[in-house]
Design a protein. Structure first.
Length: 83
């Protein structure tokens, strides 16, 4: 393994630091609406709520990659942080 993929709401700074200290890369993923017709009403209420604040928090946790559903917002946040 070279990379650990974590659901976005499990990306704490401590967890990300431990992953990197082990020599691994990190990626946060956000669940997408495709394939969620059965469980979107009972389990995953965060679908479609990806905003600048959510991506900013993820980046501040130290994750190196984000697999999200709103790339234009991710790019805006990354650019605003001077990355």
């Amino acid at each position: 393994a070279t990379e650990i993929h974590l659901k976005y709401d499990t990306c704490t700074s401590d967890r990300i630091q431990r992953i990197h200290a082990a020599g691994l890369r990190s990626m946060a993923w956000l669940r997408g609406p495709i394939g969620m017709k059965d469980d979107v009403t009972s389990k995953y209420f965060d679908v479609g709520n990806e905003d600048e604040t959510m991506y900013d928090v993820l980046l501040r946790s130290g994750v190196q990659s984000i697999c999200g559903n709103r790339p234009e917002v991710i790019v805006k946040v990354v650019e605003s942080q001077g990355r």
